[in-house]
Design a protein. Structure first.
Length: 88
C-alpha cells in the first residue's frame, strides 16, 4: 500500500514509520576553497576523523572517532594531532 492510499477497513491515510524520518548520514567536509579535507566527516552537527587504529589484537581497523571541534578549522587541527599521536 502506498503512502497516499487509504486502508480498505478505515478511511484514513496510512503513514509508514520509515518514510517520515531518514537516518543521519556521514557527509564529506570541505575547506574554505571547496577542497575536500581527507579523513574528516560530519554527521548530525559533529565532526568525525576517519583513522586506522589498532585493535586489542593489534590488527588495524578503520574507525571514525568523534572530535570536539565545533568549526572546520578546529576539527582539522584536532584530527592532525590525532594522526601525529597515532604514528608515535
Amino acid at each position: 500500500m502506498k503512502l497516499t492510499e487509504t486502508d480498505s477497513n478505515k478511511n484514513t491515510l496510512r503513514i509508514d514509520a520509515q518514510s517520515t524520518r531518514e537516518p543521519v548520514k556521514y557527509q564529506k567536509v570541505y575547506d574554505g576553497r571547496k577542497r575536500r579535507i581527507r579523513g574528516l566527516w560530519k554527521r548530525g552537527g559533529a565532526f568525525y576523523a576517519q583513522l586506522s587504529l589498532p585493535n586489542e589484537d593489534g590488527i588495524r581497523k578503520v574507525r571514525r572517532v568523534k572530535l570536539d571541534g565545533a568549526a572546520v578549522a578546529a576539527a582539522t587541527d584536532e584530527m592532525r594531532r590525532m594522526v601525529i599521536d597515532r604514528n608515535d
